[in-house]
Design a protein around this ligand. Sequence first.
Ligand SMILES: [Zn+2]
Ligand SMILES: [Zn+2]
Length: 143
Amino acid sequence: MNSVHEGGCLCGAIRYRVTGEPALSQVCHCTYCQRRTGSAFAIVVAFEEDQVEVLGTTLTQYEHRSDESHRWIRSHFCSRCGTTVLVTLERNPGVRVVSGGTFDDPGWFKINRHIWTRSAHDWIVFPPDVDTYEQGYVKLPRN
Ligand SMILES: [Zn+2]
Ligand SMILES: [Zn+2]
């Protein structure tokens, strides 16, 4: 039996449902995530696209080019309240990254990795039981 978890944006116009376990669940300290969230880091929970079903209004998207790789990263957000619900990446076709804080139960998955720690704020203290990476970590089980 696959587990089902739901979430959505702040105003409720966008809802989604994911089935099964995430391929990755990590905290990202990259400068893109810092700016797009306006915060210190993003909670990045990655699924295969067929695990994610978006319900409700269509998401609006914004395409950003990475400073380093020059590949695109797209934020998919609610045009009404501005919550970024999903992110997709050119380098990971077929993967949907869910913004971890938008789950109705934002604690159902376990964070086991922190990435792009080279741009982490200097007050961040990493838990002892997580792996840390100076740069990205994009290897998915199917690769
Ligand atoms: Zn909304
Ligand atoms: Zn990031």
